[in-house]
Design a binder for this molecule. Structure first.
Ligand SMILES: Cc1ncc(COP(=O)(O)O)c(C=O)c1O
Length: 393
């Protein structure tokens, strides 16, 4: 049977094979993750939770769930093993955004105050953007970064004292440094706020022990499974055991219907892979490659937000070095050369987010393709040539 859809899938496969992929939130999953996500599990309705999970009361709303019950329990156990935690986990969120929506609803009411990281400085849409449910439903207040782009912990304390938020949120989409969860957690405790960490970007580093863990500090931890964790597209929520019922109710029936059991199968395979020793080696190589690439840009005279990186990404700020170029110009030009990345706002941004004055670069995906430090250095030099030619036009 001829299928336009499969023609397009083949075209996208070719694009993924040929391009250099530097989008910090992307990765390439294993064949086994693909097999799980493309399996018969997509056929099964399983609204609710495995029966044992919540004192036997909730259960599933459909018959025939004896296998998926075991799969979901196994998936949860495996993720607790990945993060060496006894936190409760809900593996049903369809995405990181759905995880955040349900997490907020589990402990907050509309109109409550959330203190989160300023979106222009690295926060995510679901951390309070005016065009997102978070900004429409909650009273959002933001902490800032210092002039150099580091999280301003004193500002968190100041804003917590001033606004008395019900929840303080840590975590970002574009922040290249270690986040001090202990310090933010202590501020949340002092002001009686819930402490939530959205570790979507750095979850793979946390799993590998290469970023401090939020477990034991945060009340709620949300994540995606498809960035540095290198798994199927999806979300998860972890919480202290005493919040389990609220978090589960926040997902179902609060914000979702039937879980995507094929995605849960994919998450289980992802967890198996994250437990294997090879995953630690992978994350260690991601960090080496990112550092090598970032250092090359520094030696070529570029300004890097915060002056460097501790994780899988970094941000280049063109404001001083290439004032006529926007992040969008650079993104488009690199696209023409088969290099994929995204424009990004920088601290003190003067342009609109649609233009931006910087780009975000991540090495998680290309490390999966086998990159070593010399490949990262060569790519930085190639990008420099392309940017130099573009600026001279
Ligand atoms: C920190 C953070 N949280 C949440 C999300 C949302 O994840 P999703 O795109 O799966 O909804 C992202 C996505 O980039 C993110 O960076």
């Amino acid at each position: 049977m001829e299928s336009r859809a499969f023609e397009l899938i083949a075209a996208e496969q070719a694009r993924q094979n040929n391009n250099i992929e530097l989008i910090a939130s992307e990765n390439f999953v294993s064949e086994n993750v693909m097999r799980a996500v493309g399996s018969c599990l997509t056929n099964k309705y399983a609204e609710g939770y495995p029966t044992e999970r919540t004192s036997g009361k909730t259960g599933r709303y459909y018959g025939g769930c004896e296998v998926v019950d075991q799969l979901e329990e196994y998936c949860c156990d495996k993720w607790r093993e990945v993060f060496s935690t006894d936190y409760h986990v809900n593996v049903q969120p369809h995405a990181g955004s759905s995880a955040n929506l349900a997490a907020y609803f589990s402990v907050l009411k509309p109109g409550d105050t959330i203190l989160s990281m300023d979106l222009n400085n690295g926060g995510h849409l679901t951390h309070g953007s005016a065009v997102n449910f978070s900004g429409k439903l909650f009273n959002m207040v933001f902490y800032s970064v210092t002039e150099n782009g580091f999280i301003d912990y004193d500002d968190i304390e100041k804003k917590a004292a001033e606004y008395r938020p019900q929840l303080i949120l840590a975590g970002a989409s574009a922040y290249s440094r270690i986040i001090d969860f202990k310090r933010i957690g202590a501020i949340a405790k002092a002001y009686g706020a819930y402490f939530m960490v959205d570790m979507a970007h750095i979850a793979g580093l946390v799993a590998a022990g290469m970023h401090p863990s939020p477990f034991g500090i945060a009340d709620i931890v949300t994540t995606t499974t498809h960035k540095t964790l290198r798994g199927t597209r999806g979300g998860m929520i972890f919480c202290r055991p005493e919040l389990a019922k609220k978090v589960d109710a926040g997902i179902f029936p609060g914000t979702q219907g039937g879980p995507l059991m094929h995605a849960i199968a994919g998450k289980a395979v992802t967890a198996e892979e994250a437990c294997a020793p090879a995953f630690k080696e992978y994350i260690a190589q991601v960090l080496k490659n990112t550092r090598a690439m970032c250092d090359t840009f520094i030696s070529l005279g570029y300004d890097i937000v915060t002056g460097g990186t501790d994780n899988h990404l970094f941000l280049i700020d063109f404001t001083r070095t290439h004032p006529t170029l926007s992040g969008k110009d650079v993104q488009n030009e690199l696209d023409r050369h088969g290099i994929t990345l995204n424009k990004n706002c920088v601290p003190g941004e003067k342009r609109s987010p649609a233009q931006a004055s910087g780009v975000r670069i991540g090495c998680a995906a290309m490390t999966t393709k086998g990159w070593k430090e010399e490949d990262a250095v060569a790519c930085a030099k190639r990008i420099h040539e392309i940017i130099t030619a573009l600026a001279a036009k």
